[in-house]
Design a protein around this ligand. Structure first.
Ligand SMILES: Cc1cc2nc3c(=O)[nH]c(=O)nc-3n(C[C@H](O)[C@H](O)[C@H](O)COP(=O)(O)O)c2cc1C
Length: 404
């Protein structure tokens, strides 16, 4: 359980803060809501008190004996300000402490995430943009607002991102560590493939594999949280797109190859986390394969090799691009997991290889993982057991150290 401070600014989107609060409490966190006085003109304190189970005050003159204006910030694990109004961004950037929320922002040692919501003109105004730049320079994460319908008939950038997406980002920060909120991948373009390809046998059946896509999703989510522009080529995965990530759905290895090669030429990093089928049926039946009356009569499936997408990416990579492969390995008589992985790294020629020991099927579909990152220069970095977001954060740390 973490202690989250949910700051709420006085904008129409304040009603969505109640949904965000709900997502935090349902994830088991202790949430202290600190609205501005203006926020309480949109949503009543009773809503925040009832949903959080904690008292709600806006000024520094309540609970004076507990020195709340200092203590709430000091003891927080994460501060999320949603919605962050133009006025609140200005007051935070100026270092004001004229209400409980801004005082809390000045005393918080933990990561701080601002989630702005306002009309497009207010967001694009140089004063707001300067304030955002100041807050980012000081280490806060300021999310770009979503684009869409605003209050009234207007639409454009300024919408509050979906509360579920903000909650997912907070979860990443709390499980993968505050480093993920450093915008150290800002300006970088990243392509991640995830999931498992499906090779059709007939209109109903396919040859697939057990990859759930969760590790690839985590890699994309963490890269986006760190400020990268992320394209996620998703093979056979039906998970909601992580916030700020563009998902390109694919089915077969050939479709994945086409999508990854189309997206990768101007990428700084390509991470091939998808499990791409090595083989596919030589032919796909146009109609469903039927059982014959004679039980001994079964169809023969002939397989042919699929293209090696990772090897092709390595061969075609532009100068400076980093290519990261994944290897799901099991040990056997020919060698242990790392021996197989080292041979794969040498064979494929990629810069980094993230190795998962999948003996016993322990990784697929689970929320946690552990890995070893092998580098072409011979180094091996152990990634300890943790959530797939934490593993993703460690992988990006290794990638970042090698980016030009
Ligand atoms: C109906 C209405 C909606 C508003 N919506 C927003 C908004 O979405 N974003 C924003 O920055 N300001 C909005 N404002 C203006 C803020 O309420 C105003 O700047 C206020 O001083 C913000 O106070 P705070 O930053 O302390 O919460 C709105 C005002 C009204 C009356």
């Amino acid at each position: 359980m973490s202690r989250i401070v949910l700051g709420v600014g006085g904008g129409v989107a304040a009603y969505k803060a109640a949904l965000l609060l709900r997502a935090f409490t349902e994830a088991g966190h202790d949430v202290r809501v600190v609205p501005t006085p203006a926020a309480l003109r949109f949503v009543g304190a009773a809503t925040f008190e009832a949903l959080s189970g904690n008292p709600v005050t806006t000024d520094v003159w309540s609970d004076v004996d507990e020195v709340a204006h200092v203590r709430i910030g000091q003891t927080a694990d994460l501060v999320v300000v949603a919605p962050a109004t133009a006025d609140l961004l200005a007051r935070a950037a100026a270092g004001r402490a004229d209400d409980l929320l801004t005082a809390t922002l000045l005393t918080a040692h933990c990561p701080v995430v601002f989630v702005p919501a306002m009309h497009t003109e207010m967001w694009l105004h140089p004063a707001t943009q300067d304030n955002v730049a100041t807050l980012r320079r000081r280490g806060s994460l300021v999310l770009p607002p979503a684009v869409g319908r605003l209050t009234g008939p207007d639409s454009g950038p300024g919408r509050l991102p979906e509360p579920a997406d903000v909650a997912a980002l907070a979860h990443v920060a709390l499980t993968a560590g505050p480093d993920v909120l450093r915008a150290d991948l800002a300006g970088r373009r990243v392509v991640v493939s995830a999931g498992g390809t499906r090779e059709p046998l007939d209109p109903v059946r396919y040859l697939g594999n057990r990859s759930s896509g969760k590790q690839g999703w985590a890699l994309a989510r963490v890269a986006a949280a760190r400020g990268a522009e992320v394209v996620l080529v998703a093979a056979g995965v039906d998970l909601p797109a992580p916030f700020g990530v563009r998902v390109v759905p694919v089915g077969t290895a050939e479709e994945l190859r086409t999508a990854v090669l189309a997206e990768s030429p101007d990428a700084d990093v390509v991470v091939m986390a998808a499990a791409v089928a090595d083989f596919r049926p030589a032919s796909v039946a146009a109609t469903k394969l039927k059982k014959k009356d004679d039980p001994r009569e079964v169809p023969e499936v002939r397989l042919v090799r699929n293209p090696d997408v990772l090897a092709e990416l390595v061969a075609k990579r532009p100068p400076g691009q980093l290519v990261v492969g994944f290897a799901a390995e099991t040990g056997d008589d020919d060698g242990d997991v790392l021996a197989h992985a080292r041979a794969k790294l040498a064979r494929k020629g990629c810069d980094l290889l993230v190795v998962n020991d999948v003996s016993g099927g322990g990784v697929f579909g689970r929320p946690d993982n552990a890995a070893v990152v092998l580098a072409a220069d011979g180094t091996a970095t152990e990634v300890p057991h943790g959530s797939k977001d934490a593993v993703a954060a460690a992988v990006w740390q290794t990638v970042l150290a090698r980016l030009p």
